[in-house]
Design a protein around this ligand. Structure first.
Ligand code: FMN
Length: 177
């Protein structure tokens, strides 16, 4: 089984990257192949229709999405939505990449109730590409990360592990059906 983990922040010191790396660690513990794509490292051009389809990072993004049996998408909340960089990445993908595949989502917000708007926004966009977005979701905030942007909050790490297990359970059940 292959799971694509998509990290949606372009910031060099990104907590979302720490969240996504936490997800990758749990997947690797479960001996799952991880396809990690980070919009801050795998820099994409701005989507302009049919242009740039030969760009190496566009090709990587599309290949990973084709190969993936499931997705775990992590987004920061910026101005009450997902990041523009993540939306740009999703604009390079379409229903053939997502149809029938489970997707788990999680966010990083600034605190308080921040993060929920990004998840609602992401859920709507993923619905637009026919993804099977699972009901579960999770928000962390900056207090969950150390100064190296590593997810160090024990409850969050436990919760992420449960979400990874649920994603794998649903993905296996769908593959067997
Ligand atoms: C441009 C910008 C807009 C933000 N807007 C929000 C917001 O609307 N709600 C919120 O909870 N946090 C907001 N934040 C805080 C971020 O969610 C927080 O800094 C988080 O760590 C960002 O993820 P990143 O470190 O992966 O980039 C904003 C941060 C930035 C830089």
């Amino acid at each position: 089984m292959k799971v694509m983990v998509l990290s949606g922040s372009s910031r060099p010191n990104s907590n979302t990257r720490g969240l996504a790396k936490g997800v990758c660690a749990h997947l690797e513990q479960q001996k799952v192949d991880v396809l990690f794509f980070d919009v801050g490292i795998n820099e994409l051009p701005i989507y302009k229709g049919g242009e740039d389809m030969e760009h190496p990072e566009v090709k990587r993004l599309q290949r990973y999405a084709e190969e993936a049996d499931a997705f775990f998408v992590c987004t920061p909340e910026y101005h009450s939505g997902m990041s523009g960089a993540l939306k740009n990445a999703l604009d390079f993908l379409h229903g053939d990449h997502f149809r029938g595949k489970p997707v788990m989502i999680a966010a990083v917000g600034g605190g308080g109730k921040g993060g929920i708007n990004a998840l609602n926004n992401l859920r709507t966009v993923l619905r637009g590409v026919y993804a099977l977005v699972l009901s579960d979701q999770y928000v962390t905030d900056m207090s969950c990360y150390n100064d190296r942007c590593e997810l160090v909050h024990d409850d969050s790490r436990t919760r992420l592990k449960e979400m990874v297990c649920e994603l794998l359970r649903v993905t296996k059940a769908l593959k067997q059906s």
